[in-house]
Design a binder for this molecule. Structure first.
Ligand code: AMP
Ligand code: MG
Length: 492
């Protein structure tokens, strides 16, 4: 019988100046019960998954006990929410337990989400409900399996307590793992207070943690690094039909990982203007607007860094010029990554003039033909092997396919690859299984009744997204009309 659980916590953020966080203790819950430990991730982190699942482990995961070496803090941050600046947000329902250096030598934050009130809670209860915890667990783990930089889910527990939203809901706590929880909003918090010293320290901390390869260790380098990673990240999201839904600056990381799986969703029928979030009335974070939203956020990061850049470059004019030059790199990088992703999905191994137009034409026809984004690309791989009935059948009007297929085949003919090899390559970038919204919803509904079997099965499928398996056919299918999820909620 284990009487303790060993994390080997380090607390580098708690060594930063006290004004960057509040020291807190997770607030214990009535009857903690394990939903799941992510054994694979525990292994990568060098943690004992079995121990995490014992009574002592669960007590730590629920916030009822603080593990040895942990110095819990709630991080301070600000943020632009839907364009409006809020000078103080911070971890209102999360607490950073500490950092763990994994088997790969990388340092990661271990954070409890839903662990009770903190000095940043404002009006909130500091808690999370089972639904959003299930959503974040499933979708973040699916994203990881899809090769997208993302925060991870190490564990989830129920609390045996109710949280009150529209009604009473069962409570839960998620253990989130992140390269760090530094956000654009972390920098904005100190910029808004004119605290240049804190900004300077954060720049150094972020460079060391996330950009160790960068030689010129300046705020401008950090900005350039974040711009590059975010440009590539958004391109990756879009290649998978992912809609983040709440790209506020407090939900954009400095590490380049996807964070905050609130009202996120995956496209079914391809529709560039698609919005799922119930609170995104203006379509600010629509599927096709995500690159613009990211660039807008990065401009806010640049603004926050200007005072440090001005010190480094000898004045505000030089800083502004540098910020502008860095920001100008976003669009070319995004388009490069987006086109490279689309080429791979279309089975193109070389770069030819006209590829962007060919890809655009395909997307436009998918939109007009009401084609399911994920299935459309997946069935295109079959077409690369000569079986185009499947993909053609996805279009409301087969002529939309016929008109494009000829162009595509001509373009493929330029390359001497074997069709089987090409199709296999396409299946390595266009998944069979994504966490379809109605499936996530079903896992949430069952979870709220205390049945986590649906969640377990869905998780098994979406963490093996590439190879089609017998028995999993239904998971590839889009929602039927009556199953369709059109609106998602942050559920905070
Ligand atoms: P989010 O919508 O999850 O990005 O959160 C935005 C801000 O609201 C962050 O400062 C959160 O910590 C805070 N917040 C969200 N939900 C709660 C809650 N239930 N209690 C306290 N603070 C919360
Ligand atoms: Mg957030």
């Amino acid at each position: 019988m284990t009487d303790r659980v060993w994390f080997g916590f380090e607390n580098s953020y708690a060594r930063m100046p006290e004004r960057m966080y509040a020291r807190v203790s997770p607030v214990g819950v009535a009857r903690p019960d394990l939903i799941r430990v992510n054994a694979g991730l525990a292994e990568e982190l060098g943690l004992d998954a079995a121990a995490l699942g014992t009574g002592v482990g669960v007590a730590v995961l629920a916030g009822n006990a603080v593990a040895e070496g942990s110095e819990p803090v709630a991080m301070a941050y600000a943020g632009h929410q839907f364009g409006h600046f809020v000078p103080q947000l911070g971890d209102g329902r999360a607490c950073l337990l500490g950092e763990v250096v994994g088997r790969d030598g990388k340092r990661r934050d271990i954070q409890l989400k839903g662990s009770g009130r903190t000095p940043f809670s404002r009006g909130g209860d500091g808690r999370a409900a089972v639904g959003p915890v299930v959503r974040e667990y499933v979708v973040s783990e699916a994203m990881a399996a899809l090769g997208v930089p993302t925060t991870r889910a190490l564990a989830a527990v129920t609390t045996g307590e109710l949280v009150y939203r529209e009604g009473a809901l069962p409570g839960a706590v998620l253990t989130r793992v992140a390269a760090s929880h530094l956000r654009v909003g972390t920098f904005q918090y100190f910029a808004a207070r004119g605290d240049v010293e804190a900004l300077r320290l954060l720049v150094g901390y972020a460079l060391e943690r996330h950009y160790p390869e960068v030689e010129v260790r300046t705020a401008g380098s950090l900005l350039a690094g974040v711009i590059g990673r975010q440009a590539r990240l958004v391109a990756q999201w879009m290649g998978l039909g992912f809609v983040h839904g709440v790209m506020n600056t407090d939900n954009m990381t400095i590490s380049g990982e996807t964070i905050d799986y609130g009202p996120c969703a995956f496209l079914e029928a391809y529709e560039p203007g698609k919005v799922f979030s119930s609170i995104d009335a203006g379509g600010r974070y629509a599927y096709g607007n995500q690159a613009n939203a990211a660039l807008w956020n990065l401009a806010r990061l640049a603004e926050a860094l200007l005072p440090v850049m001005a010190e480094e470059l000898g004045g505000p004019d030089a800083a502004l010029a540098e910020a502008r030059a860095r920001l100008a790199e976003f669009e070319p990088e995004f388009h490069r990554a987006r086109l490279a992703g689309l080429r791979a999905k279309l089975g193109l191994a070389t770069e030819q003039e006209g590829d962007a137009e060919l890809a655009e034409d395909w997307l436009e026809r998918m939109a007009r033909g009401g084609v399911d984004f994920t299935l459309g690309f997946r069935r295109l791989a079959d077409a690369a092997e000569g079986n185009s009935a499947g993909v053609r059948g996805l279009f409301s009007d087969g002529a939309l396919w016929d008109g494009w297929a000829e162009r595509w085949r001509d373009r493929l003919g330029v390359e001497g690859r074997l069709s089987g090899e090409r199709a296999a390559g396409m299946r390595r970038v266009s998944p069979a299984y994504i966490p379809r919204n109605h499936r996530v919803e079903a896992a949430i509904q069952a979870g709220m009744r205390g049945d986590f079997g649906v969640f377990e099965e869905l998780l098994e499928v979406v963490t093996h997204p590439w190879e089609e398996r017998a028995g999993w056919e239904a998971y590839m299918e889009p929602a039927r009309a009556e199953e369709r999820v059109e609106r998602t909620f942050c559920g905070t």
